[in-house]
Design a protein around this ligand. Structure first.
Ligand SMILES: Cc1cc2nc3c(=O)[nH]c(=O)nc-3n(C[C@H](O)[C@H](O)[C@H](O)COP(=O)(O)O)c2cc1C
Length: 303
């Protein structure tokens, strides 16, 4: 039975990928996920400046997932590059370097900067606010998403993943523009919302930032729909992220059209052992249903 899959020209032993953010940027944390069975690992998004992020609490646990407002905390580009270089040298699986900028120009500069570590992929996180467009995330405008993709492609030869936000009217239009401007892979989705949770004893929102992005089980139907719509609209591979914590969740994402699946909140809840659990359950599903390779599953729901 074959669990291998391909993203652009890069082969993965199995389709599970550590999603950006939940384990940070250190080489040690990424190594743990890789050794525990992830098919590839993604760093937390690396930004152009050192940032403390928001005050605690930055994460709230919900019955169906998490709300987080980490505030793009980052140890700074130099320290992040050191850790990324260590990770690339010590991990024998593909390493994806996630990054962001605060302008289109800065996305280009950051892409060039982190490419020095020679990761297998760079992943542009375009879900962060564009100061120039009154705080609207870059990924909410197809035109801006296309411009970022082009700026990044002109700055590096490393294969590019563009990570999309689901908080848009038509994710297909964004995906088409991103593909047209040279993205090699699309990753979908980032967190949904923002949402809010109020502590009814104090009467105040729990997060110091008041609102945060929603992730985990409760966003899976949105992620599956986004992956379905994107894979119907573009030819490049899609990484499906959002609420995956079991082999059956992974099958659903693959059937929607994903070539690989990102796992974030499930790592937060269950630790890095979740990768082996997901691949084990995926293999059980395949043998019970007479599938011998992922190619027979990927995109099946499109008929
Ligand atoms: C605590 C936390 C931090 C995150 N940080 C990042 C980040 O730095 N960059 C990014 O692109 N996505 C970030 N994400 C989003 C995840 O990578 C993922 O897209 C989202 O949580 C949906 O997947 P999940 O339901 O498996 O968590 C973060 C999510 C969480 C919960």
């Amino acid at each position: 039975m074959k669990l291998t899959t391909k993203l652009a020209k890069i082969k993965l032993d199995n389709p599970t990928i550590l999603a950006s953010g939940v384990l940070g940027v250190t080489a040690a944390a990424l190594n743990r996920a890789s050794k525990s069975g992830a098919g590839a690992v993604t760093t937390k998004s690396i930004g152009p400046q050192r940032r403390e992020g928001h005050d605690n609490p930055v994460v709230v646990e919900l019955d169906c997932g998490l709300l987080n407002a980490v505030g793009l905390s980052c140890p700074g580009p130099e320290e992040s590059l050191r850790e990324l270089t260590k990770a690339v040298k010590s991990i024998d699986k593909p390493v994806i370097a996630s990054f962001y900028g605060k302008s289109i120009l800065e996305f280009g500069h950051m892409a060039e900067f982190i490419s020095k570590a020679k990761p297998d992929f760079i992943e542009a996180n375009i879900s962060c606010p564009n100061v120039g467009e009154f705080g609207l995330p870059f990924g909410c405008s197809a035109k801006t998403a296309g411009k970022i993709t082009k700026a990044v492609k002109n700055s590096t030869d490393i294969p590019l993943i563009v990570k999309l936000t689901p908080n848009v009217v038509d994710i297909r239009a964004i995906a088409i523009e991103v593909e047209k401007n040279g993205a090699d892979v699309i990753c979908a989705i980032n967190t949904v919302g923002p949402g809010m949770k109020i502590d009814v004893t104090s009467g105040y929102p729990i997060l110091s930032n008041k609102t945060g992005g929603l992730s985990g089980e409760c966003i899976k139907p949105i992620a599956v729909r986004c992956v379905y719509e994107i894979s119907e609209s573009v030819d490049i591979p899609v990484i499906g992220v959002g609420g995956v914590s079991s082999g059956i969740d992974a099958v659903e994402m693959l059937m929607a059209g994903a070539a690989a699946v990102g796992v974030g909140t499930a790592v937060w809840h269950h630790g890095v052992d979740v990768f082996q659990k997901i691949t084990g359950e995926l293999m059980d599903f395949m043998s019970e249903n007479n599938y011998s390779s992922l190619d027979e599953i990927i995109g099946r729901s499109h008929g």
